[in-house]
Design a protein around this ligand. Structure first.
Ligand code: HEC
Length: 123
């Protein structure tokens, strides 16, 4: 159960980082920070999604509906930054039929994680 222990300690480390003063947050780019989004996604999204090929453990949730791999989402022809942000911000908190719940991300987390997803688009 190494992976679980890793995830638990990483969660604590990230919680501490999230509590960092607003001064650092102001220096962030309005487009979002893909590296920060990746770190967050590895903690918050891997239970259901393949976020990165080398993520510490496989998704537990295999559907249906199957949570798509982030790379797959990034490479959909109609996906845009604005559309992903809107989608994640407007999901219901109590979803029906095992669809994705609203994870109540802050605006900054939303920008960062979407910047990360979009960065996975094949060049
Ligand atoms: C509890 C499981 C769960 C977690 C945790 C989760 N997702 Fe999902 N996600 C899903 C499922 C299930 C779908 C497919 C939903 C559907 O087909 O309606 C999905 C779909 C998506 C989609 C694609 C929406 C579309 O247009 O098809 C995006 C983007 C997404 N998730 C982002 C994220 C991000 C970012 C995180 C972490 C911050 C995350 N998800 C965490 C279950 C989850």
């Amino acid at each position: 159960m190494m992976a679980r222990r890793y995830a638990a300690s990483a969660t604590i480390a990230v919680s501490a980082a999230w509590a960092a003063p607003a001064a650092t947050a102001q220096m962030k780019s309005p487009e979002g920070d893909a590296a920060a989004g990746r770190d967050m996604a590895l903690l918050a999204c891997t239970g259901c999604h393949v976020v990165a090929p080398n993520q510490p453990f496989k998704p537990i949730n295999t559907g249906p509906p199957r949570p798509p791999d982030f790379k797959e989402i990034a490479n959909r022809p109609n996906v845009t930054t604005a559309m992903l942000q809107r989608h994640l911000a407007t999901l219901p908190t109590v979803p029906e039929n095992s669809h994705m719940p609203n994870l109540m991300l802050s605006n900054e987390e939303l920008r960062d994680v979407v910047a990360f997803i979009v960065s996975l688009r094949n060049k």
